[in-house]
Design a protein around this ligand. Structure first.
Ligand code: OGA
Ligand code: NI
Length: 360
């Protein structure tokens, strides 16, 4: 029989990188409050606005993006440009990805998080670019406060990687990653057009055929005192576009016009946001938006964020065609996506805007 481990011992273990799971800690029973290592002091002025009527989130009907009618296409590109300029976050509906596939993907990820610690431990590594990686918090070596989430990150492109367990993970994640990447490809074509560039401009300049795609599953256990903990603190995503799905527990908040807004996703829609490489490429025209994940005291939340980036070797610079049109100098020095990822993981960028490090 296993010996009982006290909650204090468990948080010490997490900090010393001996174990992986807040799920285990939160769901083992007997945790009446948030342990001090997880206490995240958020500023009361930073609370999300619940009912701001101005905040109607943009929705892009994907089927219209595929339309062969020039008028319809022009109209949806107009909406997409506005969504990219004003929000950097939007919902995508009618995307053609079966509801059952989205549900199955969430289920197999739940299956992974349910595996016994010993089986998950083999994937506990430090390097961001290890093909399969699981853990807790963000980077337990530099985290000052531990995050109320466990994660599983699997690289699915340019090479598809997978897990033998749980059963079904391989098949489901292969199909899911392909379908999501198809949507991402179409979105990048449309985004190129909203920038008045050739439709394949981003694909070509970012070496998209070798582009990075990561299936990043987040597990946020129910939390006894949600105000005191945080799932993921404010951050921007590193890639070009991230596509996210989630179970029916909300928790995503987005910064919009200086305020935090609860993202009330339409069921079965995809949540899309622009990342840092898009901000570099567009020379600040399209911003990488700050967002965070809060936790709740009712039920576990699972989200699957799928960041898509250039190939790792691509040196991303502001697009010369845009710089010329804008009539202002490039705002960033060129950096390979690989180096950018290393920078983002470093202590230098802990809870800070990483883009500032490469701003000219
Ligand atoms: C992320 C992220 C938000 C969420 O994984 O980068 O922002 O709602 N997740 O889980
Ligand atoms: Ni994110």
């Amino acid at each position: 029989m296993a010996t009982a481990v006290s909650p204090t011992q468990k948080t010490e273990d997490i900090q010393q990188n001996k174990m992986t799971s807040i799920k285990d800690l939160a769901e083992s029973g007997g945790l009446a409050s948030v342990p001090s290592e997880y206490t995240f002091a958020s500023n009361p002025n930073d609370q999300a606005d619940q009912n701001d009527p101005d905040h109607s989130m943009p929705t892009i009907d994907f089927s219209l993006l595929m339309s062969t009618s020039p008028d319809q296409r022009a109209e949806i590109l107009h909406d997409l440009r506005k969504a990219c300029e004003e929000w950097g976050f939007f919902m995508v509906t009618n995307h053609g990805i079966p509801e059952s596939l989205m549900k199955n993907m969430i289920e197999v990820c739940q299956g992974f998080f349910n595996l016994p610690e010993e089986e998950k431990k083999v994937y506990q590594t430090r390097n961001l670019l290890d093909p399969i990686k699981c853990g807790t918090s963000f980077n337990v070596e530099i985290d000052k406060v531990l995050l109320w989430r466990d994660f599983l990150k699997v690289i699915s492109h340019p090479l598809f990687h997978s897990l033998a367990k749980p059963e079904g993970y391989s098949e489901v994640s292969l199909e899911f990653s392909k379908r999501i990447r198809e949507v991402a490809t179409e979105l990048l074509r449309a985004i190129s057009e909203t920038l008045e560039l050739e439709a394949d401009y981003i694909e070509k300049s970012m070496n998209w055929d070798q582009g990075l795609q990561i299936l990043a599953a987040n597990y946020y256990p129910a939390c006894p005192d949600p105000e005191k903990a945080i799932g993921i603190p404010p951050h921007t995503d590193h890639g070009l576009v991230t596509i996210l799905i989630q179970n029916d527990m909300g928790g995503l908040q987005v910064q919009h016009k200086g305020k935090w807004v609860n993202w009330n996703a339409i069921p079965n829609s995809l949540v899309v946001n622009l990342g840092d490489q898009m901000q570099i490429l567009t020379n600040d025209k399209y911003k990488s938006v700050w967002h965070r994940a809060v936790v709740n005291n009712k039920a576990p939340r699972i989200s699957i964020a799928v960041p898509h980036g250039p190939s790792l070797e691509t040196v991303v610079v502001p697009a010369p065609e845009l710089v010329e049109k804008q009539g202002r100098p490039p705002a960033y020095k060129g950096i390979s996506y690989h180096d950018f990822l290393d920078l983002q993981q470093s202590a230098k960028c802990y809870m800070k805007p990483c883009l500032d490090e490469i701003r000219l």
